[in-house]
Ligand binder design. Structure first.
Ligand code: GAR
Length: 218
């Protein structure tokens, strides 16, 4: 859906610090931005991301997962909160909940996730630690369409970060996160400009099915 000024309405879901949300807020503040953030939702009442949204004048909702007996009832309440903002795109920006298939299907082709690894490497949690343990020389982050497969949907774009001698989890995570802040607004901007789509189970950019993720950000 579009807002009254024609920009794409985006709802962002966060569980924690919300630094990626902040990158989106900052990008949306540019007059050239094709999207605006109409709502921020968190499953954690204390998430710093909620404070960032309030500071930017963006409406917030909390759907606290601990108050629901199962995933289906939580996801139903989450969907109701999202739909209340009538978004054209839902962005999972550090949203740390596994979602049901019904929920994912409802937002098929209009839900993106940012994941801190070069997918398909290191799906799931503790990606930086696992990358260091595996001894990889390159690590990074990916933005992908959300599908039923956890961290397994078609990847649109990635940032690559060299692993340095002496890196620990915190130093590597910090460098990856800084690059996430370039990657996420870039891909959301593409989506808002109708440049990116999910079609036939693949990610498309500018009318072509991607053979591999685009490297961000040229
Ligand atoms: C980011 O590194 C994001 O990629 C990751 O959580 C962090 C949130 O940081 N997401 C996942 O691990 C999802 N599986 P932020 O709250 O400061 O944006």
């Amino acid at each position: 859906m579009s807002t009254t000024d024609g920009r794409l309405a985006v709802v962002v879901l966060v569980s924690g610090s919300g630094s990626n949300l902040q990158a989106l807020i900052d990008a949306a503040a540019s007059p050239a931005s094709r999207f605006c953030i109409t709502g921020v939702i968190s499953n954690r009442p204390g998430a710093l991301g909620l404070q960032r949204a309030v500071a930017a004048g963006i409406p917030t909702r909390v759907v606290d997962h601990t108050l629901f007996p199962d995933r289906h009832s939580f996801d139903a309440a989450l969907a109701e909160a999202i739909d209340g903002f009538s978004p054209g795109l839902v962005v999972l920006a550090g949203f740390m909940r596994i979602l049901t298939s019904d929920f994912v299907g409802r937002y098929a082709g209009r839900m993106l996730n940012i994941h801190p690894s070069l997918l398909p490497e290191f799906q799931g949690l503790h990606t930086h630690r696992r990358a260091l343990e595996a001894g990889v020389r390159e690590h990074g982050a990916s933005v992908h369409f959300v599908t039923d497969e956890l961290d397994g949907g078609p990847v649109i774009a990635q940032v690559r970060v060299a692993v340095k001698t002496g890196d620990d989890e915190a130093s590597l995570a910090g460098r990856v996160l800084a690059r996430e802040h370039e990657l996420l607004p870039q891909v959301v901007g593409w989506f808002a400009s109708d440049r990116v789509a999910l079609r036939d189970g693949r990610a498309w950019l500018d009318g072509k099915a991607l053979q591999e993720p685009v490297e961000c950000c040229a």
